[in-house]
Design a protein around this ligand. Structure first.
Ligand code: FAD
Length: 462
C-alpha cells in the first residue's frame, strides 16, 4: 500500500531515513503541510518562508526527476495527513522526529487521528544523536553545554549515513496538491530578497557544494571563525536547519581532517544538538527566563514607552552608532544571516547596553534569519543574556568597540555600512563624531551603558 512521508525540516533525498524506509515499503507519497497556526508566536518569519519556498521547489525538482512529486497542502497537519492516509489507503506515515513543542504535539495528534490499522513511524535523522540519548551518570539529560559536549564526543562518530533511495515509486493515484506559487511565500512588493538571492544557493545540491568547499577550509576555522571580515565559517546553518543536509553527513565528510579547525568545528556542531536537548527538556525555553532575576526591574520594556521603542528600532535597523553592531544588523537584514561572533556582539548590545528584554531580540532574529531555529536561537539568546540554565553571566558585558578592533572587523563594516566605506582602519571602529557624516552618533557611551546594566542587575537580583 502507499506510504506517506511527512516532510518538515528534512527537505533532502539522501540520508533521509523516513523517505528511505517508505521507499522500501511501497509507493511513496511525500507530503508537506504548511501549518502556520500551530507554532503561535514562532510561526515562520519572512526570511524562513523565503528559504522554505526555494527548498520545497528544489526538493520537488529532485523528486520530479524520479517521476515523483511533493503533495503540498495548507492546514492542520495531523488532520490533513490523516485525511490523505484515508484517501489513498495508506497504513503508515513516515516522518523524521522533530523537537519543537508544536511538532511533538502534532505527532501525538496525528497518532490519535490515524485509524486503528494505520500508524506513525518516527525516525531519528536530524541530529548527531537523538535528544535525550546522552545523559549524566545519574541518567538525567544534561542542562549544561560543556559536560554535554564531552559526553557527545565520546559517543561520536554518529550513525552511518544512507544514500538516496534506489527507487521512489509513484502511487496509482496522487492526492491533490496546491501550487507552491499560490502560497505566496516570497516577498511581492517590496522585493526585499535581492541580497538573499546573491548570498545563498538553496537546496540539497547547494548544501553539498558548500560542504565540499568547507572540507578545504575547515582547517582554518580555529583561527578564522572569529573574523567577520573573512569567509571562514561553513555557512551550513540554514542547510542544516531545513534538513537539506544532515549533521551525520557533515561529520562523516570531515572527520578525517584531524586539524585543530575540525576539532573546534565539531564542538560547534554539537551546540546544535545541545540546543535541541534543551528545548526537549524545557519546551518554553525561547520564551521564559530560568534565573531568579526580577525581570520587571531588569529590562526596559519597549511596549512601555516611546523612547525605549525607538531604541529597539535603532538596533533593528542598524543605526546604533556602533559600526560593528550596525554592520551585523544590516547583514542580517540584507542576507538573512549574521556571523556568529557578531550575533553575540549584537545580542549583548541589545540586552546589556540597551537593557531591552532578550525576547524582543529573539523575535527579531526569528523573523530575519534564514536559519531561525527554535532551539538554537532561544538557547543562544538566553546564553548571551545570562538568563538560561547554562552558565554565562549577565555581568559579563561585551565591549563592542574592543571586539571590533580585536577581531579585525574593518572590511566587514565597510561592506555593510556604506556610510563608512571610505574610513581608514584607525577610525572605522569608532569614528570621531565630526567625521561621521550621515552615520549616527553612538546611542549611549559604552561606560555609561555598562554602569546602567550593572546597576539594573544589582537591583533585580532577588
Ligand atoms: P559554523 O561556525 O560553521 O558552525 C557550524 C554549524 O554548527 C552551524 O551551521 C550550526 O548548525 C552549528 N552551530 C554553530 N554555533 C552554534 C551555536 N552557538 N548554537 C547552535 N548551533 C551552532 N544558529 C542557528 O542555526 N539558528 C539560530 O536561530 C541561531 N540563532 C542565534 C542567535 C544568537 C543570539 C547567537 C549568538 C547565535 C545564534 N546561532 C543560531 C548560532 C550561530 O551563530 C550560527 O549557527 C552560526 O553563525 C551559523 O553560521 P555557520 O553555519 O557558518 O556556522
Amino acid at each position: 500500500s502507499p506510504q506517506i512521508v511527512w516532510l518538515r525540516r528534512d527537505l533532502r533525498m539522501a540520508d533521509q531515513p523516513a523517505l528511505h524506509a517508505a521507499a522500501q515499503a511501497g509507493p511513496v507519497i511525500p507530503v508537506y503541510v504548511l501549518d502556520d497556526e500551530r507554532a503561535g508566536d514562532h510561526a515562520y518569519g519572512e526570511a524562513s518562508l523565503w528559504w522554505l519556498h526555494h527548498s520545497l521547489e528544489n526538493l520537488g525538482k529532485s523528486l520530479g526527476s524520479r517521476r515523483s512529486q511533493i503533495v503540498l497542502r495548507r492546514g492542520d497537519a495531523p488532520q490533513v495527513l490523516a485525511a490523505i492516509a484515508d484517501e489513498v489507503g495508506a497504513q503508515c506515515v513516515h516522518a523524521i522526529r522533530h523537537y519543537e513543542p508544536w511538532w511533538k504535539e502534532a505527532e501525538d495528534e496525528l497518532r490519535d487521528a490515524l485509524g486503528e490499522d494505520q500508524k506513525l513511524c518516527l525516525y531519528d535523522g536530524n541530529y548527531l544523536l537523538p535528544p535525550g540519548a546522552v545523559t549524566t551518570g545519574s541518567g538525567d539529560p544534561y542542562k549544561i553545554y560543556t559536560p554535554f559536549s564531552k559526553s557527545m564526543l565520546e559517543r561520536m562518530p554518529p550513525r552511518d549515513t544512507l544514500g538516496e533511495p534506489q527507487t521512489v515509486s509513484s502511487p496509482d493515484h496522487w492526492p491533490e496538491s496546491d501550487n507552491l506559487a499560490d502560497w505566496n511565500l516570497l516577498p511581492s512588493k517590496p522585493d526585499w530578497a535581492g541580497g538573499f538571492r546573491e548570498f545563498w544557493e538553496v537546496g540539497e545540491a547547494a548544501a553539498h557544494d558548500r560542504l565540499d568547499w568547507w572540507t578545504d577550509h575547515v582547517a582554518d576555522y580555529d583561527e578564522g571563525r572569529n573574523l567577520p571580515s573573512d569567509d571562514i565559517t561553513s555557512r551550513l546553518s540554514p542547510h542544516l536547519h531545513w534538513g537539506e543536509i544532515s549533521p551525520a553527513q557533515v561529520w562523516h565528510k570531515l572527520k578525517d581532517k584531524r586539524s585543530d579547525g575540525w576539532k573546534t568545528y565539531a564542538k560547534e556542531i554539537i551546540w546544535r544538538d545541545y540546543a535541541q536537548n534543551v528545548i526537549d527538556q524545557f519546551p518554553d525555553y525561547p520564551r521564559e527566563s530560568y534565573r531568579d532575576y526580577d525581570e520587571r526591574t531588569l529590562w526596559r520594556n519597549p511596549n512601555a514607552g516611546h523612547l525605549i521603542q525607538q531604541d529597539l528600532e535603532c538596533w533593528q535597523k542598524g543605526m546604533t552608532g556602533y559600526p560593528i553592531v550596525d554592520a551585523g544588523m544590516r547583514q542580517l537584514w540584507k542576507t538573512g544571516w549574521m556571523h556568529n561572533r557578531v550575533r553575540m556582539i549584537c545580542a549583548s548590545f541589545l540586552v546589556k547596553h540597551l537593557l531591552i528584554d532578550w525576547r524582543f531580540g529573539e523575535q527579531w532574529f526569528w523573523d530575519c534569519l534564514v536559519d531561525a531555529d527554535y532551539g538554537s536561537n532561544g538557547v543562544n539568546w538566553q546564553w548571551v543574556s545570562g538568563t538560561g540554565v547554562d552558565s554565562n553571566m549577565f555581568v559579563r558585558i561585551m565591549a563592542p568597540l574592543t571586539q571590533s578592533v580585536k577581531f579585525g572587523a574593518a572590511d566587514y563594516i565597510r561592506e555593510y555600512v556604506p556610510e563608512l566605506a571610505d574610513m581608514d582602519d584607525d577610525c572605522i571602529h569608532d569614528p570621531p563624531d565630526d567625521l561621521r557624516g550621515d552615520y549616527p552618533v553612538k546611542m549611549i557611551e559604552h561606560k555609561a551603558a555598562r554602569e546602567r546594566a550593572l546597576e539594573a542587575y544589582r537591583a533585580s537580583k532577588t
